[in-house]
Write a new protein. Structure first.
Length: 118
């Protein structure tokens, strides 16, 4: 299984971007997909996640107020709509798919750069 992330770019404060992640290969129900970001000099951190059943989780209220995560199980795709972007949202965004029970997997996409300038 491989994940391909796309949609990053450079915007000014208040702008919007839409990130996409597509999986090729064997994806099973019961997994959780997520978007993580890593700013320079920091650890990778969760931004938002969505289960195969559609349950969403956001890292903070400030993210939930501006971002929307969604997935299409038929197409094996996930998106992150990011609105009202702030400079602190800058970083490399990675998509992830993980399944905690058999068949287990923990797969990372290649990352896409998001830069928000003030």
């Amino acid at each position: 299984v491989q994940l391909q992330a796309s949609g990053g770019g450079s915007v000014q404060t208040g702008g919007s971007l839409r990130l996409s992640c597509a999986a090729s290969g064997g994806i099973f129900s019961g997994d959780v997909w997520g978007w993580y970001r890593q700013a320079p000099g920091t650890q990778r951190e969760l931004v938002a996640s969505v289960s195969s059943g559609g349950t969403t989780n956001y890292a903070a209220d400030s993210i939930e107020d501006r971002f929307t995560i969604s997935r299409d199980n038929r197409k094996n795709t996930m998106t992150l709509q990011m609105n009202n972007l702030k400079p602190e949202d800058t970083g490399v965004y990675y998509c992830n798919a993980r399944r905690a029970f058999a068949p287990r997997y923990n797969i990372w996409g290649q990352g896409t750069q998001v830069t928000v300038s003030s």
